[in-house]
Design a protein around this ligand. Sequence first.
Ligand code: GDP
Ligand code: IMO
Ligand code: MG
Length: 421
Amino acid sequence: MDVLLGLQWGDEGKGKIVDVLAPEYEIVARFQGGPNAGHTLEFDGIKHVLHQIPSGIFRSQILNIIGNGVVLDPIVLKREIEGLGKFSIDYMKNLVISKKATIIIPTHKLLDAAYEQSKGDKKIGSTLKGIGPTYQDKIGRSALRVGDILANDFKEKYNTLVEKHKTTLSFHQYPLDALAEMEEQFFAAIEFFKTLNLIDSEYVVNDALESNKRILAEGAQGSLLDVDFGSYPFVTSSSTMAAGACTGLGVAPSKIGEVFGIFKAYCTRVGSGPFPTELFDKTGEDMRKEGNEFGSTTGRPRRCGWLDLPALKYSIMINGVTQLFMMKADVLNIFKEIEICTHYELPNGEKIDRLSFEISESEVKPIYKVMKGWNCSLENVRSYEEFPDELKAYVDYLESELKVPIKLISVGPDRTQTIQR
Ligand code: GDP
Ligand code: IMO
Ligand code: MG
């Protein structure tokens, strides 16, 4: 099983690359996260944003698995499936869902909003999809799982959990006005959910590995949003790293093959939290405009900045990345000079290239290496040989620093705008 992960703060272009690589696999599986993800695919002039459905869904020969590590919102899933209606996808054949995946219920979304509200200006900038409260219940051993919807006592279990949530919501003085309508949608979605292919996915995954089938695990979010190693507490609530694919699918570590690490040729972040190379000037604005950096899930403008090598090295280390994929090289076309952060300078003048516990936004100053930009269009470039020299020099420099080969370079959002080395 190969794993594909974002190495930054999410939105690196995972959806595009899973769709590109999918023909080499028999199975594509999501292992963590939920509707906070927004994975964009573009082909034949159409753009799709997937939230919970794995990005292999447009390839009819691929089985798409939503694994046990995922938190699933039935309302979002129903809407997503209905939205793909015109693509005549055979959901009974091409999509299966783990009975051990956790369900996001309406009060999880209210709790997400209540917690954020109570944090004031320390808020995380959550997508408000209920991710944090649902994982909290999972770890707290009171969550509902997909398999529970098939049992006769589902409504009772649901009510018990909702009562618990209501106590917390009333403590936060959070209004419940929206709940009745959300519940109506939720139970309609649950009826729909029951008609889908719900399985013990760990057996399907391991049987497939046993018969030498190829599986691609599709990460959501990015390593710098990981609950253990990200910029805590400004993180998501799941394990976004390669190890998460093992627990989120029930696969032994020894079965992991390649670990594909995806990064943008620069950096973006949505939501709050440290971002040492963030640009607050026109350069940052130009990056946002050129890269169309607005959230796929929430539409929020993404914060933009130069590539951060200490952070990238950290992500490569904790994931054991074997191949790097660099995305959105074309967005840097507009710059005459490109900066790369090689180190951080601490307030005491010390230079470091490691992410220590103490690192926070206010404390570190990025130190940059400046490289000449290629400053031309990459639109008609179809092979590495055709790249401008400055782009080749950028790639060579990154490889020499990161010590992992950059095997793929993306020069546009479409499937075809992908150059493999
Ligand atoms: P994901 O969450 O990692 O799947 O990434 P998102 O879909 O949230 O964000 C990536 C955005 O960049 C999407 O709008 C993609 O269509 C777009 N994209 C992907 N690769 C490229 C690229 O090489 N160049 C440009 N300009 N856009 C890209
Ligand atoms: P994909 O898979 C970018 C961010 C949110 C917020 C923090 C916590 O598309 O790359 P949460 O809703 O999980 O409680 O939010 O994490 N975040 C993402 N940022 N891409 C994502 O997913 C994200 N999923 C969550 O903006 O800062
Ligand atoms: Mg995204």
